[in-house]
Design a protein around this ligand. Structure first.
Ligand code: S3P
Length: 184
């Protein structure tokens, strides 16, 4: 299918449970791009799970690793890159995310996120007494950050990964034109 030449990489940002990895993998498959996940890169480096890395080294250390992972990707092209939900917290990551390529934000309602993330235990930040409130609090800080970075936003609530990929791919096709219009 037609892929805009201006798309060097596609970078997926969004809250935990927004579908970045599943949708990213699907888009990479359709385009013949490589799929890269910053969380996976960090897990592989330590040969530990994300909760183990948080427990052994702490969140600030994990955040440094996220920044390093983005720096390591700066020469990458033809990749779909899924990022951890907290990657937008560090301002130093913003220019790195932008320079990689088109930034796609996958959004979902708080209810849908809750449904998706309450099924598994691999997110240390949600191991709180009241994870639902934690989600609400984190979302309120992060949604403006995702929004300010995103070139394209796709709402995923109620959609399958295939449907989200369809919408994202269609929006990316129009992206350079849409950006051109924005500038006028
Ligand atoms: C985090 C999200 C996780 C992972 C870590 C911290 C966050 O990735 O990086 O648990 O701060 O939102 P996903 O967004 O892929 O769940």
């Amino acid at each position: 299918m037609h892929l805009p030449e201006s798309v060097r990489n596609l970078v997926l940002v969004g809250f935990m449970g927004s579908g970045k990895s599943s949708v990213g993998r699907e888009i990479a498959r359709r385009w013949g791009f490589r799929f890269i996940d910053t969380d996976t890169a960090i897990r592989q480096k330590y040969a530990k799970s994300i909760p183990e890395i948080f427990a052994s080294f702490g969140e600030p250390h994990f955040r440094d690793e996220e920044n390093r992972a983005l720096q390591d990707l700066q020469n990458t092209d033809r990749a779909v890159i899924a990022t951890g939900g907290g990657i937008v917290l560090q301002p130093r990551n913003h220019p790195l995310l932008r320079s990689l390529g088109v930034v796609l934000w996958l959004t979902a309602s708080e209810e849908v996120i809750w449904e998706r993330v309450s099924r598994n235990q691999n997110r240390p930040l949600l191991r709180t007494q009241d994870p639902r409130t934690t989600i609400r609090t984190l979302m309120s800080t992060r949604y403006p950050l995702y929004g300010s970075l995103a070139d394209i936003t796709v709402e995923t609530s109620g959609l399958t990964h295939q449907e989200v990929a369809d919408r994202a791919v269609a929006a990316i096709r129009l992206w350079p034109a849409a950006r051109h219009e924005d500038q006028h």
